[in-house]
Design a protein around this ligand. Structure first.
Ligand SMILES: Cc1ncc(COP(=O)(O)O)c(C=O)c1O
Length: 371
């Protein structure tokens, strides 16, 4: 956020900045979804809904889960929330007591440890290996289990690495026997086989998901949680007290996203794929280490150790001197202290220009060092 805020300040001063730091789609929300929201407002969907979310949307989510993963969940195991962020807040709030340990991969989404610590929990971070495509290793998870372990947190496709866990690996993780909380917000944005849901390997998995990424609806704030039946009453009570319900007309638009959104998602994934291939090739040429192509989401986690030992200082250096904003790897855990995260939800021309600017800057910098 600090890189973004400084970038915006520079832009206000008239300087040109290319944004590769922000983690959201650069496409507008598809037209049918917008139209549906406008219609819903006109039709009076402007009041609270059921605290679990409108039945129409929960049934659509259940059908979608069945179509995408072949997994049957009933609408009463689904609760609609303001983004998957709120779903995560409720899940951790319902499950974590002080001292409970939550096992997760690192590099990781920066908010995870914050959520866990907020409820007095202890994040237990397992270093994921770049050469293994940053995938969580079940053997290392097994070694990390203690009598305080409460949850295993998985994120596939992952932010910031783009790692996708296949069915076999998910199954091995489920067999460890620790309850799984699966963040599936990047589902649908994959470049090979579809990412399986944790629900495909255990119907006890708690899944958080939403509309932000695959339907370009970050600002609409809509997500959901799928949980075992016995958790639902606790989750619902939290929703009734903290939020009452998610936005009514937004829920109507989300039904349209589910029913009509696939073609738009497919088109965007095609564009992301081309951008991924381009950014990886350009940044490898610049000297960044990217051992494997990311399989999903829209990020590349690139090793910048040839240029820096301090990713935060390096991110600000690239911003000030090259006019390119990237996310410092340290945000995603200690393992990222010499890396940067590049978000390729940016246009092809921006990606090319970012690489050109960084090349020029790194060349001057090298000459300065030699002088
Ligand atoms: C891994 C991951 N999970 C969850 C979220 C939150 O998404 P939202 O609250 O918009 O559903 C993000 C947002 O960047 C993310 O990267």
């Amino acid at each position: 956020m600090e890189v973004l805020e400084r970038a915006q300040e520079m832009q206000r001063q008239g300087r040109s900045v290319i944004h590769l730091e922000v983690g959201e789609p650069d496409f507008p929300t598809p037209e049918p979804i917008c139209e549906s929201a406008i219609r819903a407002v006109r039709d009076g969907h402007t009041h609270y809904t059921h605290s679990l979310g409108s039945l129409r949307l929960r049934e659509a989510i259940a059908r979608n889960c069945s179509a995408r993963h072949g997994v049957e969940v009933s609408a009463d195991r689904i609760m609609v929330t303001a983004g998957s962020s709120q779903a995560m807040l409720y899940a951790f709030g319902a499950l974590i007591r002080p001292g409970d340990e939550v096992i997760m991969a690192t590099p990781h989404y920066p908010c995870y440890p914050n959520f866990i610590r907020f409820f007095g929990g202890v994040p237990v971070q397992i270093g994921a290996n770049a050469a293994d495509g940053y995938k969580l290793d079940p053997d290392r998870v097994k070694e990390a289990v203690t009598d305080r372990t409460r949850l295993l947190l998985v994120n596939s496709p992952a932010n910031p690495t783009g790692a996708v866990l296949d069915l076999e690996r998910l199954r091995a993780l489920a067999e460890i026997g620790v309850p799984i909380l699966s963040d599936e917000i990047y589902h649908g944005i994959v470049y090979g086989e579809p990412a399986p849901s944790a629900l495909s390997v255990t119907d006890r998995a708690i899944v958080v998901d939403g509309f932000s990424k695959r339907h370009c609806m970050t600002g609409w704030r809509l997500g959901y949680i799928i949980a075992p039946q016995e958790m639902m009453r606790t989750l619902q009570t939290m929703q009734q007290n903290f939020m009452i319900s998610a936005g009514a007309f937004v829920q109507e638009a989300a039904v349209t996203a589910i029913e009509q959104g696939d073609a738009a998602t497919e088109e965007m994934v095609g564009a992301y794929r081309a951008r991924r291939d381009l950014i990886v090739s350009l940044f490898r040429d610049l000297g960044f280490g990217i051992p494997a192509l990311p399989d999903g989401a829209f990020y590349v986690f690139a090793d910048a150790s040839r240029f820096t030992r301090d990713s935060l200082a390096f991110a600000f250096e690239l911003l000030e001197c090259a006019g390119v904003a990237v996310a410092p790897g340290i945000d995603f855990g200690e393992a990222g202290k010499r890396s940067v995260r590049l978000c390729y939800a940016a246009s092809v021309s921006d990606i090319r220009e970012a690489a050109r600017r960084i090349a020029k800057y790194l060349e001057c910098r090298e000459h300065r060092v030699e002088d």
